[in-house]
Design a protein around this ligand. Structure first.
Ligand code: UD1
Length: 340
């Protein structure tokens, strides 16, 4: 079965290509490399032995996107990763985020409709819960106000798909990722952030001497140690959930709704300071950090109830927080050699 992976050269996209290939799927990637590099597909090939074809297409260009599906009429499913994802940048450039993340989604759904693509898995985010009214959050926890334009693009994206799902026979799954971190244990693929925005790439670049100091954004939150609390989850566990989601859709015979939502988190919270401690413990690398002002758009604390993904998809996350730090650090050391 052929699957089109949008954003296949990105962080979660590339790990998912590997997992799909290892589970017998044929894959193509659609990625304009605006926030990624096609070189990562070399790493995918080193792990799987398969050279993945990437179509360097801007998904906001409907004609260009349609051309990919014209050339690949046998695509049976799409996993849609391609989107901008940085909370801070989205606060500074909201129009960039709304235009890029929503135009590309609308165009993809048009193609799903026009080319009769049956299966669709969408990258959503725990940011849709805003500052949640209960913890841990389940898929039924009511969504609070989106704290950033990035989060809003995910709330609106979910709504668009939910409405679209009611009109056809296409099968959709919305995966709400918590905080994906770490890298493939082979060391061949991982996250590339030349200017790091997320916590773990910032930690590894600081430990590698590329950044003088990690800034911890605020220590007066209502958490164990005053720093924000998140549910960190290994990227390979996230990638595997996509394979399971597709297999679930393909094997589905009952009348369950044609748009279903799953939380993908470890089900545990870790504060920023706890992540730093885990990094130091797992790598024996001391980290230079300083507490600074809070970052606009951050939620205080969130972690998942992942019961539904475990029960329905039979998902079993297997990596610990220390594994996440160790693999992220191994990848960072590789990056110093590969020099993307
Ligand atoms: C958000 C989404 C997450 C999504 C990610 C994509 C929420 C709750 N989560 O993650 O689903 O996958 O965007 O980018 O909205 N931090 C520092 N110093 C830094 C960087 C980060 O202290 O240099 C802190 C942040 O304040 C936050 C934590 O580390 O408390 C994690 O931040 P980050 O890695 O940027 O991810 P989120 O914004 O939580």
């Amino acid at each position: 079965m052929k699957i089109a992976v949008t954003g296949g050269c990105g962080y979660i996209g590339s790990h998912t290509l590997v997992d799909l290939i290892e589970n017998g799927f044929e894959v193509i990637s659609i990625d304009n490399n605006s926030r990624s590099t096609e070189q990562i597909l070399t790493g995918v090939e080193q792990i799987t032995g398969i050279k993945v074809r990437n179509y360097a297409v801007d998904m906001c260009n409907l004609d260009a996107l349609r051309a990919v599906f014209e050339k690949n009429p046998d695509v049976a499913g799409v996993i849609h990763f391609a989107a901008y994802k940085w909370v801070g940048e989205s606060v500074e450039e909201p129009l960039l985020y709304y235009r890029n993340n929503l135009d590309s989604l609308l165009n993809l759904l048009s193609c799903i409709n026009d080319y009769g693509i049956r299966y669709h898995v969408f990258s959503s985010s725990c940011s849709v819960y805003g500052n949640p009214i209960e913890l841990p959050v389940t898929e039924n926890t009511p969504l609070s106000v989106a704290e950033s334009p990035y989060a809003m693009t995910k709330q609106v994206g979910e709504r668009i798909i939910t409405d679209f799902a009611k009109t056809g026979t296409h099968q959709h799954i919305l995966l709400r990722y918590f905080n994906p971190v770490g890298a493939h244990p082979s060391g061949h693929i991982g996250e590339i952030q030349p200017i790091p925005q997320n916590l773990v790439p910032y930690i590894t670049q600081t430990a590698a001497g590329l950044r003088p100091q990690l800034r911890v954004f605020g220590n007066t939150y209502n958490t164990r140690d005053g720093t924000c609390l998140r549910d960190y989850i290994h990227v390979c566990d996230i990638a595997y959930a996509h394979t399971l989601a597709l297999q679930y859709l393909v094997n589905k015979t009952d009348n369950t709704p044609n748009c279903e939502i799953f939380n993908l988190g470890l089900g545990e919270g870790a504060t920023v300071l706890e992540v730093i401690t885990a990094f130091e413990r797992a790598t024996n690398e001391p980290l230079n950090y300083q507490i600074v002002e809070k970052r606009a758009g951050d939620v205080e604390k969130i972690y998942s109830d992942n019961t539904k993904a475990k029960k329905v998809l039979h998902w079993r996350p297997k990596y610990t927080l220390d594994d996440m730090m160790a693999t992220a650090w191994a990848w960072q050391k590789q990056l110093l050699i590969i020099n993307y």
